[in-house]
Structures are given as C-alpha cells and as structure tokens.
Design a protein around this ligand. Structure first.
Ligand code: SAH
Ligand code: SF4
Length: 367
C-alpha cells in the first residue's frame, strides 16, 4: 500500500492533488472538480465539507456519501492539547493529539515580522541524539502526510483567528527525523507547497536531517526543491557519534560525501546546525575542524546554544565562547548565525513540551 491509495477512513489531507483527482475519477466524477475541492481543503481550510452547498451536485453527493465518520474518507484534524505562548509573545507552541492518542508539537515563531512554523514528522525519534528530548523518548511511529499537513492548517487557522498574517516559512525541525519518514514527508511538502492551496514556496521550506546520507542523495536525485539543513554537532567521527548515535550508521565521512554530491548536483547552499554544549563541542579548535570539514561547500552554520533537557547533564555555551567559535568560522569564510534560545519558558526545545506533559500525567502520553 502506498501513502495515497484511498483506504477506509483515509484522511483527504493525505492526498496530493493527483491523488485527490484519482479518488474523484475512480468514483466516476470528472477530474475538473478536483480544483474546487482542493481549494476548499487547502486554501479556505474548510472543515465541514459534506455540509457545503456551493459545489456542483455530483461533488456534493460524493462528499456526503464518502466523507465523514465510518465512511471511506475523513478530514482528520488533530485536537489541541495545549497552546502556550512565550513571555515575549514571539513563540507559540501547540501540543496536538492525533487520532490514535499520540501527541506531537508544532511551534509558531514570529521573528522579524516573518511567521515560521516548526513541524514534527514523527512521534518520537529513533535516532537517539543524547541531548534531545525527542531522542530521549524513543521512536513511536511515523506521521502520515495528512498529519504533517494538518499541523500547517492548525497554525494557519490560529493565525487567521488572531488576525495575524499567514505563514511565510516552514522548518521541519520539530519532533522526528524527516528523512527517516521520506515518502510521507515528500508527499506532505508537495501538498503544502501546491500553489492552488497552502502555497508555501518550496524555497521557504527547510528540511533538517540528523544526516541520513541516502535520503540526502535521494533528495538531490529527485530534484526536491527544498532547503537542506544538516545537524552536525561534531567534526570528528568520535566526537560526533558520542552525541549523535546515528553517526555510527551513516559515518561523518559518508555524510559529508553525500553533502558534496548534493551540492554538486543542485548548486544549493547547505545549512549546518551545531548545538553548542559548554565544554563539549564549543572550543575554537573544534570550530577550526568544522571549517576544514566544510571546505569547498556553500555552507551556512546555525549555532544553537543547548536547551537543557531532563535526560542530559550538559549546559549551553555562553555568548562569549559562541562568538569566539563564530569568529573562527568567519575567518575561514563561512557565515553563521547564533540562534537565540527564545521561548525557553515554553519548553522550546524539540520534544520538551510533550516530555513535560507526559511526566505531568504520570508517564502516559499527554491526554
Ligand atoms: N531530526 C532532525 C530535525 C529535528 S531536530 C535533526 O536532528 O536535524 C532540529 C534541530 O534541533 C537539530 O539540529 C537538533 O540537533 C536540535 N536540537 C535538538 N534538541 C536540542 C536541544 N536540547 N538544544 C538545542 N538544539 C537541539
Ligand atoms: Fe531525532 Fe533530531 Fe532529536 Fe536527533 S535531534 S533525536 S534526529 S529529533
């Protein structure tokens, strides 16, 4: 079964435009009606499709007969469990409950007048990065395309209700490893970037990966038009695999070879993420090794002082050491940004809100 075959109770949000068209045509409807339904779903963000009276009668009938509880299709939207704003008002974090009770986090950030949503791609994560709250909880399951699309809808609707502008940017930096859930993520991004619907420009969408080398190569081969960010955190095999266990599966050498192939095939800048942990990976010598590793690439480094988590003893690098690290990169010709640890009062690190809610409910997933 592929992600987009119509099966009982499948969410219409799982379907790409072509998938929705196939579903209508196989029910005997003309393909031309796809556009109106797509617009209602992904542009108007309508929820009550079977009640609509403005579609052509055959489409209205199909919706009444096929969409709803106990019918072949649904429009599955998650339930909001928490909606917490940071003290500075610039970050809003949603905890969303999916149909099977799993919870995922979606974050809305409003910096410099640009609205960015940070999406989850899995419940939990199998990669086990030692400093990450999601890694500490382990892998639960992949999200479907519709569950990823629904997070964007949720944020867009929240913005609309608050009279705020729509989203401009998306980052896949919430819970989970996007390239471990490749097919669902790519289907979701095709839906989200479709100009007839949510219409988020592909170059405004960033996929962040722990370094799944085969996924990076596949993105290049398939000419996926999204931005790529690679989480490094260490510039030698030994230092990296102490923080990122997945590095034993896809070594640093294999990862950097994939990045070079990606760059050669796409000509695109690659973003590299480096979580700065005091006394662990924040020396100027380590910055020098990072610069050597990146030689020849068009690279931008995002330096993220650690958000402390329950399961890891390390602390964040202080500003002066972060600046010294940055200066070494600059001397080697690499631009970098030190990310503010904003919204820390809303447990801004990936997976931290779910972890907190799970602890508060005695170890069961937040309900
Ligand atoms: N799985 C993907 C995307 C989700 S994590 C990846 O690892 O890239 C998004 C980013 O947040 C990664 O760079 C990750 O290393 C970083 N991150 C995770 N936990 C963090 C924490 N506690 N403090 C700072 N950065 C963290
Ligand atoms: Fe997974 Fe990314 Fe967290 Fe690592 S940092 S455990 S890959 S979500």
């Amino acid at each position: 079964m592929t992600c987009c075959e119509p099966v009982a109770g499948q969410s219409l949000l799982d379907l790409t435009f072509a998938g929705l068209e196939r579903a209508l045509v196989s029910a005997g409807l003309p393909a031309v009606h796809t556009r109106a339904l797509w617009r209602a779903l992904h542009h108007e963000l309508a929820a009550e499709l079977p009640a609509r009276t403005d579609f052509v009668p055959p489409l209205q009938r199909w919706l009444r007969e096929q969409v709803g509880e106990g019918k072949p299709f649904t429009v599955a939207m998650p339930t909001q469990v928490a909606d917490i704003a940071s003290g500075d008002g610039l970050t809003r974090k949603f905890l969303l409950r999916l149909a099977d009770g799993q919870t995922v986090e979606t974050v809305l950030m409003a910096y410099d007048g640009r609205h960015t949503a940070c999406l989850s791609t899995q419940a939990g994560c199998a990669m086990g990065c030692v400093f990450c709250a999601t890694g500490q909880m382990g892998f639960v399951r992949h999200l479907t395309p519709g569950e990823i699309v629904a997070q964007v809808r949720h944020v867009q609707l929240a913005q609309r209700t608050a009279g705020k502008p729509g989203l401009r940017n998306l980052v896949l930096m919430g819970m989970g490893e996007p390239l471990h859930n490749y097919d669902s993520v790519m289907a979701a991004l095709e839906i989200i970037s479709d100009r007839r619907g949510l219409n988020l420009g592909p170059t405004k969408i960033t996929i962040s990966t722990v370094g799944v080398a085969p996924g990076i190569l596949r993105m290049a081969e398939e000419r996926r038009p999204y931005q790529l960010a690679v989480s490094l955190h260490g510039a030698t095999e030994e230092e990296r695999s102490a923080l990122v266990p997945a590095s034993r599966r896809w070594s640093l050498a294999e990862l950097m070879a994939a990045c070079r192939t990606y760059f050669a095939q796409t000509g695109r800048r690659i973003f590299f993420e480096w979580t700065l942990i005091a006394g662990v990976n924040d020396s100027t010598a380590q910055a020098g090794r990072l610069a050597l590793l990146l030689a020849g690439l068009d690279a931008h480094v995002n330096l993220i002082p650690l958000n402390p988590t329950g399961g890891f003893a390390g602390g964040p690098t202080q500003q002066a050491a972060a600046k010294a690290f940055q200066a070494v990169l600059k001397d080697a010709g690499f631009p970098s940004t030190i990310r503010q640890r904003r919204g820390i009062d809303v447990a801004a690190g990936c997976g931290q809100l779910r972890a907190e809610k799970t602890r508060a409910s005695g170890g069961k997933p937040a309900a």
